[in-house]
Design a protein around this ligand. Sequence first.
Ligand code: NAP
Length: 311
Amino acid sequence: MSAPIYGRVALIGLGLIASSMAHAMRRANLAGEITGHARSAATRETAAEIGLVDRVCDTAAEAADGADLVVLCVPVGAMEAVAREIAPVLKPGATVSDVGSVKRAVIEAVAPHIPEGVHFIPAHPLAGTEHSGPRAGFAELFDNRWCLIVPVENSDAAATARLSALWEGMGAHVDVMDADHHDLVLAVTSHTPHLIAYTMVGVADDLRRVTDSEVIKYSAAGFRDFTRIAASDPTMWRDVFLTNKEATLEILGRFTEELFALQRAIRTGDGDHLHDYFTRTRAIRRGIIEAGQDTAAPDFGRGAASARKEG
Ligand code: NAP
């Protein structure tokens, strides 16, 4: 097995993404030592009990002290406080990264706290499930998925290449993207779809048919898939919408226009419009399967692999 890419990696936040990183780093011997910290004692105890990392620390600063790589794996709204706390202990030459689902807001929150001589290289793995917490992670989460690296001004090329090598070692493909473009792309591919899923499940709940069991009993793929997405962590998704406001509102505006057009086509009986529209969308699905980002298997999100989604 090859030598680790980083001597010591600190994971701040020990939820789905951090725990998957810990498993994936161990699988390929990518880190000499992994330290970790989570806000609550309960999560820290669970992490220690399952041996998730080599050392569970009571504070973020303790975990980050002396680390070669510190990865912020907390909800986007918590990034600034963590960055402020760890700043004084970061060692010169170390890299700070994150896995936040929104990039511009994280850069604005974290960059001002990064000391001279420390590299800041934001990243976002496009992989996730609706499960949270330290027990939710698994080593294969990032296999064959994309990790977008979003370098900031003057990001060091060697430090960026090293972080890319870590993500590739964890099974991901790496691409580099500008923060604003990232936030717009994710608003289309992930954030707005989540909002729509939350809305659809909320509507069914409002109609009080979910608890009446008919909606559950007869839930075909459509509604069932929405419920899976709508089961995602409320804190994480609250923060995504609060921090990727502009791009989400932009895409939501377009979505609403298209929805009105479809609504009109249904009312006026314009079958050609509906058929053309659905033909176009079907081709997009084919493209995703051809790109290896999903399988054509009709398991409607129940299998482990297809339960993955993007944050
Ligand atoms: P998660 O499973 O809910 O875990 C979040 C972790 O952050 C928990 O260990 C939590 O500790 C800790 N935490 C929260 N606030 C904290 C604070 N102020 N200080 C220290 N620790 C704190 O979340 P996740 O799904 O791993 O998401 C983590 C990040 O990855 C988020 O920024 C999210 O946007 C991003 N992301 C998520 C997905 C996805 O699909 N889930 C995909 C890609 C990227 P406690 O348990 O003690 O509360």
